[in-house]
Design a protein around this ligand. Structure first.
Ligand SMILES: *[C@@H]1O[C@H](CO)[C@@H](O)[C@H](O)[C@H]1NC(C)=O
Ligand SMILES: *[C@@H]1O[C@H](CO)[C@@H](O)[C@H](O)[C@H]1NC(C)=O
Ligand SMILES: *[C@@H]1O[C@H](CO)[C@@H](O)[C@H](O)[C@H]1NC(C)=O
Ligand SMILES: *[C@@H]1O[C@H](CO)[C@@H](O)[C@H](O)[C@H]1NC(C)=O
Ligand SMILES: *[C@@H]1O[C@H](CO)[C@@H](O)[C@H](O)[C@H]1NC(C)=O
Ligand SMILES: *[C@@H]1O[C@H](CO)[C@@H](O)[C@H](O)[C@H]1NC(C)=O
Ligand SMILES: *[C@@H]1O[C@H](CO)[C@@H](O)[C@H](O)[C@H]1NC(C)=O
Ligand SMILES: *[C@@H]1O[C@H](CO)[C@@H](O)[C@H](O)[C@H]1NC(C)=O
Length: 707
């Protein structure tokens, strides 16, 4: 065996020696296929066929590029060439070994096989480059990151987002590319670069982290009232939250009535006021925005929410704006309910504990344009903060008493006469109003000036004025005054005439169906006297105002009437007396008249005389006329005028207005009043009666003059 190997070796040697004279064999290049940069390695090149004694140069090149020599070796005896290389990145690639005869250009150089050398440079200094520009994005923007290295080749890359591997599909070599970002892509990015040598030495480089923010545009901001109600009282807490439909990386602003709310009250998306005051009332709005670099890119405004902070009412008090608590009817009354504190207040007013009609209220004021005494009383105002028909806080004022006084009405004036002593008289004048709240000031005027004035707690006053009987002292007038209002009575003359004679007592009578006299009315009248007193007597006895068969009707100062029902009890002698009402020592009597029903129903003697006289005269006249008529037919007037004259004397002259129904129930009575003919003096005065009536009328119709 050893011998056969020796023979083959010898054979091979022989063969190479045989050809070495003219050519070189192909060198064989071998060595490590992977090398670390900056390390020394040795490549080997071996030439199996070579000429004798010819130094052969073996050189290491990159394939096809013989301008840059990596290493060389001179082989004299055909030994294997050692080609040392200090590895640099440019050594990587296909290497070849070129063999050539050193001094013999006749021998053709030969090139070895190709040997691939991979040069490994460990990764170093990984760093993220944000190629898409900004680390702040909005959804939909593109994100491109690159993992930059200071050194390293044959690198593989991994990306981590918040420590988790990013899907391979997004990686492109050393880049991470997201075409349309979402907020999910926000976070902290890191790249990890790695390579290895000989499957034994591993190299990695971690970049520092880069924080990418992908903002979701804000949308649909809305206020949520977390504290419950939009109606608060001072001291209550207010918590509002700005709710969003979408959006992240949001900053919040709050506006109150358009003014920025202090930052100190804001907590993230909430606005919190622990103890509200009325200053916190108003219209709130939240503004959410994605902003960076002091610029708002997207904003969303909520609708406004109105928050009402009520200040509890306190210290209600009535202010009398119209001035005085003492008024007269027709004056204006204006009260105001003043508060020490409180807003969003409603007011009520009470008068003597009863609610005052709403129609009189104007905000915090009570206004009555024209007061009446009904408006008098004790006023109180009640202020309250209320909502939802519930009073939460109320404040009552103290009571204020308002007095509305009635204006005094037009006074009546009258006077009576007072006898002080002999020849010394006074008029006692009474001024009287029917309404008007005291105190009332009454003043008495004579024709020229004020005589007296007095303020009283009643609705009347009396004055004493010296008087001289029978003398015209002008007139008197009352003035009544309360408040700014003065009223005046009518004017009455101040003239007192004592009664004077003669006193007359005429009468009328009424007949029944059969012409019987059934009723008699006496009239009593003095010639003069302004203050007469009338008295009636029967058989010398004073009659009361009313008896079983009579009735007295006094109509001072003109006259008095006595109405009788004629019967058995009414028979007797009648007369009347007139005296001054202030001095009964001055009585004047009328004539006395006897009356019973027989004397009344008997025809008066003079009537009979006249009737019979006239009748006889007529017969005589007719006889004469007939005689004369024969002669003068045409004469006819005289008789007739004489007849008329007689008839007139029979006609009643005066129909007194008289109501006899009080003492005569017989409705069939025919009221045919006629003047009785008893007292010739009375009869003489008959024509005066209608005149008296007329005078009275004109006096009444005279309008009252104002002074
Ligand atoms: C080859 O040439 C080198 C230099 O040119 C020389 O030194 C050497 O002696 C020569 N060798 C032979 C065998 O001629
Ligand atoms: C408001 O109230 C909250 C909770 O009641 C409390 O934590 C906070 O300190 C209060 N803030 C102020 C300013 O009083
Ligand atoms: C931020 O704002 C400043 C000045 O307003 C500007 O110079 C800078 O470019 C802005 N940066 C970005 C990322 O928009
Ligand atoms: C206030 O007035 C109301 C109604 O008149 C009454 O019920 C309440 O007791 C009063 N309160 C005070 C403090 O006077
Ligand atoms: C009239 O009487 C009054 C009261 O008695 C008295 O004051 C007055 O002086 C008298 N006058 C005359 C004029 O006598
Ligand atoms: C009115 O009264 C005053 C004083 O009492 C008196 O002086 C005057 O004469 C009176 N005038 C008339 C017209 O009576
Ligand atoms: C009055 O006197 C007359 C007689 O003189 C007498 O007949 C008559 O009854 C008296 N009347 C009365 C009411 O006394
Ligand atoms: C007059 O009147 C007084 C008081 O009224 C009375 O006392 C007196 O008797 C009367 N005199 C006459 C005569 O009637």
């Amino acid at each position: 065996m050893f011998a056969s190997v020796f023979v083959i070796a010898l054979g091979l040697c022989y063969c190479s020696r045989a050809s070495s004279q003219s050519s070189l064999g192909l060198p064989r290049l071998f060595g490590p296929s992977e090398a670390l940069v900056k390390t020394a390695i040795e490549m080997n090149c071996e030439l199996l066929t070579f000429p004798e004694d010819e130094p052969i140069l073996l050189q290491l090149f990159r394939e096809g590029n013989h301008s840059r020599l990596f290493a060389e070796y001179t082989s004299l005896e055909g030994e294997v060439a050692d080609l040392p290389v200090y590895v640099q990145p440019y050594h990587e690639g296909n290497l070849e070994c070129v063999a050539r005869a050193q001094n013999n250009s006749l021998i053709e150089p030969t090139v070895s096989n190709i040997h691939y050398l991979k040069v490994i440079e460990p990764v170093k200094g990984a760093e993220i480059e944000v190629r898409s520009g900004s680390v702040d994005l909005f959804e939909g923007n593109m994100l491109e990151l690159r993992c930059k290295l200071k050194a390293g080749n044959h690198v593989s890359y991994k990306w981590l987002l918040n420590g988790r591997l990013v899907s391979q599909s997004l990686l492109h070599d050393d880049r991470l590319l997201i075409n349309r970002t979402t907020s999910q892509d926000s976070g902290s990015y890191r790249c990890v670069a790695s390579n290895s040598f000989n499957q034994t030495d591993f190299f990695t480089s971690n970049s520092t982290e880069v924080v990418i923010t992908v903002r979701e545009p804000v949308k649909g901001a809305e206020i949520e009232v977390r504290s419950g109600s939009v109606d608060l009282f001072e001291g209550n807490m207010l918590e509002l939250r700005c709710k969003l439909k979408a959006g992240n990386h949001v900053s919040y602003k709050w506006l109150l009535n358009g003014q920025l709310v202090s930052q100190s009250l804001l907590h993230d998306d909430r606005l919190l006021i622990n103890r509200t005051t009325s200053q916190d009332s108003g219209s709130y709005r939240c503004v959410a925005s994605n902003s960076f670099n002091q610029t708002d890119f997207f904003t969303s405004n909520s609708t406004e929410v109105v928050i009402t902070v009520r200040e509890p009412v306190k210290g209600a008090e009535i202010e009398v704006r119209s001035g005085s608590v003492d008024l007269f009817e027709g004056n204006m009354l204006e009260l105001r309910c003043k508060l020490k504190a409180g807003n969003h207040v409603s007011y009520k007013w009470l008068l003597n504990g009863q609610l005052v009609s709403q129609s009189l209220l104007h905000d915090d004021r009570l206004l009555i344009n024209r007061t009446t005494s009904q408006d008098s009383g004790s006023y109180r105002c009640v202020a309250s903060n209320s909502f939802n028909q519930t009073d939460f806080f109320t404040s009552n004022s103290t009571e204020v008493v308002i007095t509305v006084r009635d204006l005094v009405s037009t006074p009546n004036i009258s006077f009576t006469v007072l006898k002080e002593d002999f020849q010394n008289y006074s008029a006692v004048v009474t001024c009287r109003s029917t309404r008007g709240t005291p105190p009332v000031t009454f003043s008495l005027y004579n024709s020229t000036e004020v005589i007296a004035s007095v303020t009283v707690e009643e609705q009347f006053a009396t004055f004493k004025v010296p008087l001289i009987l029978g003398q015209d002292l002008g007139f008197l007038q009352c003035q009544a005054r309360n408040g700014d209002n003065a009223t005046y009575s009518e004017k009455i003359p101040l003239e007192v005439v004592p009664v004077g004679g003669p006193v007359k007592m005429p009468y009328t009578y009424d007949s029944g169906e059969n012409y019987d006299v059934i009723g008699v009315t006496f009239y009593c009248k003095a010639e003069k006297g302004t203050h007469p007193r009338y008295q009636w007597f029967l058989n010398g006895t004073l009659l009361d105002d009313r008896g079983s068969f009579y009735y007295v009707d006094h109509q001072p100062p003109e006259m008095a009437m006595l109405m009788l029902s004629v019967g058995d009890s009414s028979a007797g002698t009648y007369h009347c007396e007139v005296s001054d009402s202030f001095d009964n020592t001055t009585a004047i009597s009328s004539r006395r008249l006897y009356l019973d029903k027989h004397t009344l129903n008997r025809l008066p003697v003079w009537v009979v005389a006249v009737v019979f006289g006239s009748f006889t005269f007529l017969i005589l006249l007719v006889s004469v006329c007939c005689g004369l008529g024969v002669v003068f037919r045409r004469r006819h007037y005289g008789e007739k005028s004489l007849l008329d004259f007689e008839m007139e004397r029979m006609t009643p002259v005066y129909y007194g207005k008289l109501d006899l129904s009080h003492y005569n129930e017989d409705t069939d009575v025919v009221n045919a009043a006629r003047w009785g003919e008893v007292d010739q003096a009375s009869l003489d005065s008959v024509d005066e009666w209608p005149q008296i009536e007329e005078e009275k009328k004109t006096l009444e119709d005279e309008p009252a003059e104002e002074p």
